[in-house]
Each structure stands twice: as structure tokens, then as C-alpha cells.
Design a protein around this ligand. Structure first.
Ligand code: ATP
Ligand code: MG
Length: 244
């Protein structure tokens, strides 16, 4: 048996996504991106520079226009998955199963299901996997939302909804969390609190974390490593590059 112990969670070379809308061309390029198991990195840059596009590519919800190498290695001792090959072979179902099992995604919009209670929202990833575990209460206590479990999302404040979204991203014990502006739309004190909770839980459980944010003062204060970033214009096309 081959042992793949040291493989990084993400191992990416020459990944690109080209998007066109109303005559505007935007191209995201990732010449190189490596994220080790349990590693934490921030993608920061101004609005429209492609942070959400980058996370959607990593989450395998968006098909790349190009991918030299795109390997995802969610489980130790297992062969890394050739994600570029999955897209080439149109194996979207496999990508979707990998996402469901190994990725927790905190969407920029929060995106709780309005007709499900807080507890049901948090448990949704497990329900989709047809799995159960006993993480709901400890997680809810950790995120300080245990008193809200029976409420509906419409009864919550924005900060509370963000913590529920973080709980939902963590409940199935993923290998990686992709968090898109996880502290958007809350006051700075709440943002600090929510962000530290996310970091602490990720570190405690050895979960890798990619955070997209334009809140760089807060991230700088936490001393988190950031991806290199360059934004340029090139023959009517906005080109944005992220790498490490
Ligand atoms: N579905 C789409 N089709 C075409 N272009 C898109 C689409 N979604 C986003 N874009 C464009 O891609 C570029 C990058 O958008 P993206 O949402 O990734 O930026 P962002 O850095 O996350 O911005 P923000 O900080 O405002 O969330 C923008 O120019 C945007 O208009
Ligand atoms: Mg965004």
C-alpha cells in the first residue's frame, strides 16, 4: 500500500477561471497554492478581486477554465484526488460527494435555510451524508448558540446567524473550512469574537481553513498568513492572481 501521509490538503498549480459578464472579462489565476493539513490562510483583497471565485474553485462548485494540477487530499493515508481530472471527465457527482464529506463552506450570504430550525440547519450536512454524531451540543455551546437551537433563522441576529453557519460548516468534522467573509455585516466586537471562535475551533480540531476577507486590519492583527495577491488590467480584462 502506498502511504500518502504528507500530502497537503490542496496542491494547486496553474488554476484559472475566466468569467465574462456584460462585456467585462475577469480572470482569476492561481499559479501555485499549497495548503497543509490543518493550515490556515487568508485571501484578502478588495471587492470584486475574485475571493469568492477562488473559494468556489477550491470547493469544487465551479469548473475551472484551466487547471494544470489540482489535487485535493482530504484524508490521511489515502491517495490525493485529481480534481482537474474529475472536471475533465465530467465526474461532478464525485466532486459533490467529496465536498459534502470533507468541506465545510461558510457562505458570504450566511445562507441558512429559512424553513429549518437552527438545530436542523446545523445538522443538515450530516443528514445529507446519512450520518449521525453527537457534536451538535458541544459545538453549539462552543459557538454560544446552544440557547437558540429551537429558533428559526429569521428570529436571529446577523451575528447569531453567522455562528450558526459556522456550526453547520463544522458539524461533519470536515478536512477544510472555506469561510467567505465570515464576519461581514456585524459590529467590530462581534466580528472579532466570531472570527476567534472560528479560528480556535479549526485549530483545536486540526481543520485547515481558508478565509476570504476584505477586513485586512482585523486579519493583520491576528497575524494570519495571507496569500500573495496581484490585480492588474490587461487588454480589457481584469486579471487577479492569488498564490503562496
Ligand atoms: N456568475 C458570474 N458570472 C460572471 N462573472 C461573475 C460571476 N460571479 C462573479 N463574477 C465576476 O467575477 C469577479 C470576481 O467576483 P468575486 O465575487 O469572486 O469577487 P470577491 O472578491 O468575492 O468580491 P466581494 O469582496 O465583493 O465579495 C467580479 O468582476 C464579478 O463581477
Ligand atoms: Mg465575495
Amino acid at each position: 500500500m502506498t502511504v500518502h501521509d504528507g500530502a497537503p490538503v490542496f496542491d494547486v498549480l496553474d488554476l484559472a477561471k475566466r468569467r465574462e459578464k456584460a462585456g467585462h472579462i475577469f480572470e482569476l489565476r492561481v499559479p501555485r497554492f499549497v495548503l497543509d493539513r490543518g493550515g490556515i490562510v487568508v485571501a484578502r483583497g478588495r471587492s470584486g478581486c475574485g475571493k469568492s471565485t477562488l473559494l468556489d474553485l477550491l470547493a469544487m462548485t465551479l469548473e475551472p477554465s484551466e487547471s494544470g494540477t489540482f489535487r485535493f487530499s482530504p484524508a490521511e493515508n489515502e491517495k490525493p484526488v485529481d480534481v482537474a481530472g474529475l472536471w475533465r471527465r465530467k465526474q461532478e457527482g464525485r466532486a459533490s460527494r467529496l465536498r459534502g464529506r470533507y468541506i465545510g463552506y461558510v457562505l458570504q450570504t450566511g445562507d441558512l435555510l429559512p424553513f429549518l430550525s437552527v438545530a436542523e440547519n446545523i445538522l443538515l450536512p450530516l443528514r445529507l451524508l446519512a450520518e449521525t454524531n453527537d457534536r451538535l451540543m458541544p459545538l453549539a455551546e462552543r459557538l454560544e448558540i446552544d440557547h437558540l437551537l429551537k429558533k428559526m433563522p429569521s428570529d436571529l441576529s446577523v451575528g447569531e446567524r453567522q455562528r450558526v453557519a459556522i456550526g453547520r460548516a463544522l458539524v461533519h468534522d470536515p478536512a477544510v473550512i472555506l469561510a467567505d467573509e465570515p464576519t461581514a455585516s456585524v459590529d467590530p466586537v462581534t466580528a472579532d469574537h466570531v472570527f476567534r471562535l472560528l479560528l480556535d475551533v479549526a485549530r483545536e480540531r486540526g481543520i485547515a481553513l481558508v478565509v476570504a476577507s476584505h477586513d485586512w486590519l482585523r486579519l493583520d492583527a491576528l497575524g494570519l498568513p495571507a496569500l500573495e495577491h496581484r490585480l492588474g488590467h490587461d487588454e480589457g480584462c481584469v486579471r487577479s492572481e492569488f498564490w503562496n
